[in-house]
Design a protein around this ligand. Sequence first.
Ligand SMILES: C[S@@+](CC[C@H](N)C(=O)[O-])C[C@H]1O[C@@H](n2cnc3c(N)ncnc32)[C@H](O)[C@@H]1O
Length: 256
Amino acid sequence: MDASAGRQEIPGFPKQHEGAHYMEVLAHLSRQRAIKRYLEIGVFRGTAFSQIAADVAIGVDPHFRIDQNLAANKKSVRLFQMGSDAFFRDVDAVAELGGHPDLCFLDGMHLFEYLLRDFYKTERISSRNTVICLHDCLPLNAEMAHRNEAVSYELGSSTPYAQWWTGDVWKIVPLLMKYRPDLRVMLLDAPPTGLVCITNLDPDNTVLEKNYLDIVREFYLMPNDESAILNHYRSAPIIRTGDVLNDFNQSLFFNT
Ligand SMILES: C[S@@+](CC[C@H](N)C(=O)[O-])C[C@H]1O[C@@H](n2cnc3c(N)ncnc32)[C@H](O)[C@@H]1O
């Protein structure tokens, strides 16, 4: 018998996000904004990276599994096979890129405290007009949001989303809303598990870094269950990717 038979659909969770795929959104943004410099944390096979158009692109991953053409639509590509903490500690990313990144995609370790560090370290090397995008912050159930990847797969095996793991990176959204209300945080309905675009960056703001341990303690204690994730869904409007991909509307969402 199908283990999911009789399972109640949880009111509030979408079955799937209806917008354009996150890779299409990133690729479109890179072209529409004619970006020069791109940074991706967590590259894996390079599927998203290969679709970005840029002059210079940097990829960071401790375990690359590249099987895509990373050089497509780029003049220069640099790969750093290391974790993002080591990258930001040891590499002068601005020098490697030849300037501040224009577009960044943070998709490394799927735990909110890692993403928090990736975010504030990326913001520090950004300019005010940089766009930072985050993956996986709109999970479709609590099973995929479990912090332990193996446990998440086990719990999710009887759901329609077997082998999907977002971890608890969704917590970065309420965290930024509380500690950085000056940022513009947009939640996009990009399948499979959402795309967050953050603008209005302030490279000189040190609130997240200075209060890192207190913030991590606070948000580690925040529940990571259905009701907490549904509250997160209700806390901000989910923007349709179609609105953002419409070039006429871009200046509604991004600095030009
Ligand atoms: C979901 S995959 C990335 C997919 C890719 N961004 C795409 O959309 O095509 C996540 C990647 O993050 C990498 N990763 C895990 N921990 C990391 C860390 N501390 N720093 C950077 N990357 C990390 C993993 O090795 C894995 O390849």
